[in-house]
Design a protein around this ligand. Structure first.
Ligand code: COA
Length: 161
């Protein structure tokens, strides 16, 4: 669960994994909030749904979504739990490996670069290799548990009796 750093001024010009045909990526709009947040809660849990709600609390939103056949298949947030942070992000399990995760990442990081950031931090990373390969992210030493140290986790394991 380390944090990673991305040089926004040196984003790769071309995606490593091209986006499959028929998939669109756009910055989410307020009218989509009540479709997007429940999907995130159902698919990835209440913690990420809370972050998604925060992403919808500004105009423009800090939320990009991927759409396939008129339904949401992925999302990415930025500037949510801390300023300058990318995440959370997730792609429908059945739709992984089609370039959606990388496309969402690049759109979000481009929005952050356009907002004036020089670097982005990917908070509490799971798949470090994905970020390393897609945008040259590097691990930040001593960043675990980082900003999440005192966080109350929303989906605790049931207590043992
Ligand atoms: C991580 C995630 C968003 C990637 O989405 P995706 O749409 O499958 O990713 P892409 O198809 O754009 O993959 C881009 C490249 O990264 C690689 N990659 C994808 N997931 C990876 C992972 N978990 N670890 C290492 N490499 C990965 C792909 O193989 C691909 O490389 P290739 O073109 O050389 O084959 C998706 O697996 C996911 O939703 N995971 C669960 C939630 C999660 O962990 N989110 C991140 C929290 S920090």
């Amino acid at each position: 669960m380390t944090d990673m750093l991305v040089r926004l001024y040196a984003l790769p010009a071309q995606p490593r994994s091209p986006l499959a045909d028929g998939i669109g990526i756009h910055r989410a709009m307020a009218p989509e909030r009540r479709l997007v947040v429940p999907w995130i809660e159902q698919t990835f849990g209440s913690g990420w749904a809370g972050e998604a709600e925060a992403a919808f609390a500004s105009t423009p939103t800090r939320m990009h979504i991927a759409v396939f056949q008129d339904r949401i298949v992925g999302f990415a947030c930025h500037d949510v739990t801390a300023l300058g942070f990318f995440g959370p992000t997730g792609v429908d399990e059945a739709m992984r490996g089609r370039g959606i995760g990388e496309a969402l990442l690049r759109e979000s990081l481009t929005a952050m670069r356009n907002a004036g950031y020089g670097y982005a931090i990917i908070g509490g990373v799971g798949p470090a290799d994905f970020y390393r390969r897609a945008v040259g992210a590097i691990e930040i030493p001593d960043s675990t548990p980082g900003i999440y140290a005192e966080m109350l986790f929303p989906d605790p394991l049931p207590a043992e009796h």
